[in-house]
Design a protein around this ligand. Structure first.
Ligand code: GLU
Length: 475
């Protein structure tokens, strides 16, 4: 058996972190099993679907490196891979089900359905369709059909018994059939519901494992009934834990950024994002938190998926992103900064700055903020921060002046970190200043801030003239 898995996003909004999260595990499993990973676009909700979102889904998945083997833009033997292009396939399948008595047309009006629901609510009963049309005499069905009466098609779910499904992550789940509704398969406009299109496509596309978010677990018994109604073998199911907000509710854009585009624009690296999202549902055998897509592929198993509700923690992502930023070569870092649209030239100066600033970066734009003083000579800062606690302004000004003179007088062959630092320490000493106080005043003069990348290295990169002039200006 060749493993075939899929991710099946609906293009009803900006590409969602949950889509990437599900895609990671499906793709990892497919690659591990030398199978195929398919991207299917579930765009049957025509009111909410928009082609621009489909395009963004492609872009964001590609940005993360989560490429697919078959999909709307690649095609393949089981296409088309966009549900709106498969309407005829669904109609033919529904006709077959109605003919075999596994599904039935339902002519109930909205008003009637509302009445039924209200009555059930009042009686505190289960809210579900009362199955009136399931037992309509066939002459009545023919008459209503001939008259062109609007109708949906519903699945005739068995009234007794139960469904036992063996979730690859959660184990055995049992659901009694009597609590299952006669699911609508086809809407009055002739378009399929999610349930029908999803099952027909998974079958026709040869999907062997349906790995999707936990929120779909309640749909799975209905899907299993549908597979049975068609006489098909159901794929295996695995439901991944939902991503959650801090308050443990299902992740939502009111409480968390959920758009992959946002993360890209904020300067998170795709490899950090993949690692972070995978970490929400998966752990490595050795427990390490930093790992790549290839590591997931090599170590993936359903047993390694957690069943708890992982909380989306942006601090953790920022930490991981920093880890990945520090792993980039200078070349790579500069390329990523430029790709992100940041105004950074690839020259000797940028390359000198990169190792210093990188250490303190959490996101790509930090390159220009953490290291702003490398690019901006007109620093705005509160002059009071120049003066150490136990010193006076005049005294500090004189000290800064003398440091400016020291810096200017340094010769080319002494212009390196070790020599300059030794000279600065000796000079502070000769002034009767502690190194700590002197370096703090100098740090503020050179950078405008009290916490920065290493000071002496920064001065060496800025050069004698720029450094001396900042010290004088501060003085
Ligand atoms: N279209 C559904 C979604 O947006 C697919 C669910 C499934 O994988 O079956 O998540």
């Amino acid at each position: 058996m060749t493993v075939r898995v899929r991710v099946a996003p609906s293009p009803t909004g900006a590409p969602h972190v949950g889509t990437a999260y599900v895609a990671i595990f499906n793709r990892a499993f497919a690659h591990q099993q030398k199978g195929q990973f398919i991207l299917r676009i579930e765009d049957t909700d025509q009111e909410r679907s928009d082609p621009q979102y489909e395009k963004q889904i492609f872009e964001s998945l590609r940005w993360l490196g989560l490429t697919w083997d078959e999909g709307p833009d690649i095609d393949g033997p089981h296409g088309p891979y966009r549900q709106t292009e498969r309407a005829e396939i669904y109609r033919a399948h529904v006709r077959g089900l109605v003919e075999s008595g596994m599904a039935y047309p339902c002519f109930c009006s909205k008003e009637r359905l509302t009445e039924v629901r209200e009555a059930q609510k009042a009686a505190r009963g289960t809210i579900m369709y009362d199955r009136r049309c399931r037992t309509l005499p066939s002459e009545e069905v023919s008459r209503l059909m001939a008259a062109g009466t609007p109708h949906v098609v519903r699945l005739a779910v068995p009234l007794e018994g139960e469904i036992v499904m063996n979730d690859l992550i959660r184990g055995e789940v049992r659901i009694e059939n009597r609590i299952l509704d006669d699911q609508v398969l086809m809407k009055a406009d002739g378009l399929p519901t999610y349930h029908l299109a999803n099952v027909v496509d998974d079958h026709l596309m040869g999907i062997t494992h349906v790995m999707r978010a936990e929120e779909w677990i309640s749909s799975t018994p209905k899907h299993i009934h549908l597979y049975r109604a068609f006489g098909w073998e159901a794929p295996q199911f695995a439901h991944l834990p939902l991503l959650r907000n801090h308050d443990r509710s299902k992740i939502s854009k009111r409480k968390n950024p959920v758009s992959l585009k946002w993360y890209e624009e904020q300067g998170y690296l795709p490899e950090a994002m993949v690692n972070f999202l995978a970490l929400m549902g998966f752990s490595m055998p050795d427990g390490r938190e930093e790992f790549s897509f290839d590591d997931i592929r090599d170590n993936f198993s359903f047993a390694r998926i957690t069943t708890g509700g992982p909380v989306f923690d942006l601090d953790k992502l920022a930490w991981l992103n920093g880890v990945y930023l520090r792993k980039l070569s200078d070349d790579e870092l500069i390329r990523r900064l430029q790709d992100a649209g940041l105004k950074v030239e690839d020259n000797a100066y940028t390359r000198a700055v990169a190792p210093l600033v990188r250490e303190r970066m959490k996101r790509l734009p930090d390159f220009l903020t953490v290291g702003d003083y490398f690019w901006n000579d007109h620093l705005a800062y509160d002059a009071a921060t120049l003066v150490p606690k136990k010193r006076e302004a005049g005294d500090t000004a004189r000290a800064l002046e003398s440091f400016a003179t020291l810096v200017e007088g340094a010769s080319e062959d002494t212009w390196n970190k070790e020599t300059l630092e030794a000279a600065m320490r000796a000079h502070a000493d000769s002034l009767g200043w502690s190194t700590k106080d002197a370096f703090m005043a100098i740090r503020v003069a050179i950078t405008g801030k009290t916490a920065t990348p290493p000071l002496v290295e920064s001065i060496v990169i800025l050069g004698r003239d720029r450094s001396a002039s900042r010290l004088r200006h501060a003085a």
